[in-house]
Design a protein around this ligand. Sequence first.
Ligand code: PHE
Length: 343
Amino acid sequence: MDLKKIMEAGLQAIESADVLETLNDVRIEFLSKKGALTKAMGQMKDLSNEEKPLFGKRVNEVKEALETALKAKVATLEALKLKEDMQRDAIDVTLPGTKFVMGAQNPLVLIQREIETFFQEMGYKVVEGDEVELDLYNFERANIPHDHPAREMQDTFYIDEHTLLRTHTTAIQTRALEAYAPSVPVKVICPGKVYRRDDDDATHSHQFVQVEGLVVGHGITLADLKGTLSLFAKRMFGETRVIRFRPSYFQFTEPSVEVDVSCHICDGKGCNVCKHTGWIEILGAGMVHPQVLRDAGYEDPKLTGFAFGAGAERIAMLKYGIEDIRSFYINDKRFIEQFKRYE
Ligand code: PHE
């Protein structure tokens, strides 16, 4: 093939190629070591010495022309491919995004956090413990000795003779006291799950959440307890709430009180929620029994303290008007989602 024909055929092939792969074939056919141009060079040996440089020059011109055309066409096809790719993969930024369903906090968790936050603001430290507890910390150190009838107040799941599922978060407090002794002040808030043998119904559960508080120091009195719980009641149920103490009995406090808050539904006038008394019982409390302090390692008889314990479910039920305690545990989305606004 003479050079002119090679050039024409090459340019024609480049021109008509419409995909990059074809262009590569063209390059191999015309410009590679075994391509048409290299073959044409074979004619060189038959030429005279005068013709040789001219022919060489001509070969180079053809080579350059083909390379230039090839390069230009590669660029064109690449640009075209990019454009096509971009069109194919284009994202319509105006389309609506994927909707993620937001979860909501269980109201029980919300109440627990709210209580913790209130006491943390007053300088309390949040302390947690294990749900599997020793009899020693759950009962003995709470001044509830073996075979004492007070144990019947808290029907217990025993794991073995000395180990049980804690029946109250007082177990966290007796441990905290031991860890702090003999230093004061102690100001702890102890939230956690507790367990009692109980038949589950709308108001009873074999497992529930308690939040207990404990303060030990010099000159702590029942008045401090009342002031603290009064603020607590206002924070949970509204600024106009007041509380009252009624005498009660717990082994680990002396004196012991039951704490009522004026009804937040009827403002104390009497309604179904407060059973027409104007008052709702919200927690148990009292001054820490001296024996509890001694057992924990506090020898100074002048030290005093107060403790209180509330059920998180009960407070949540009262606050949000929930009627069945089991609603907290069955994880019904329709129930839980109602509390989104309280986050
Ligand atoms: N531990 C008691 C209960 O489970 C509550 C309580 C705590 C009472 C602290 C007084 C003081 O019922």
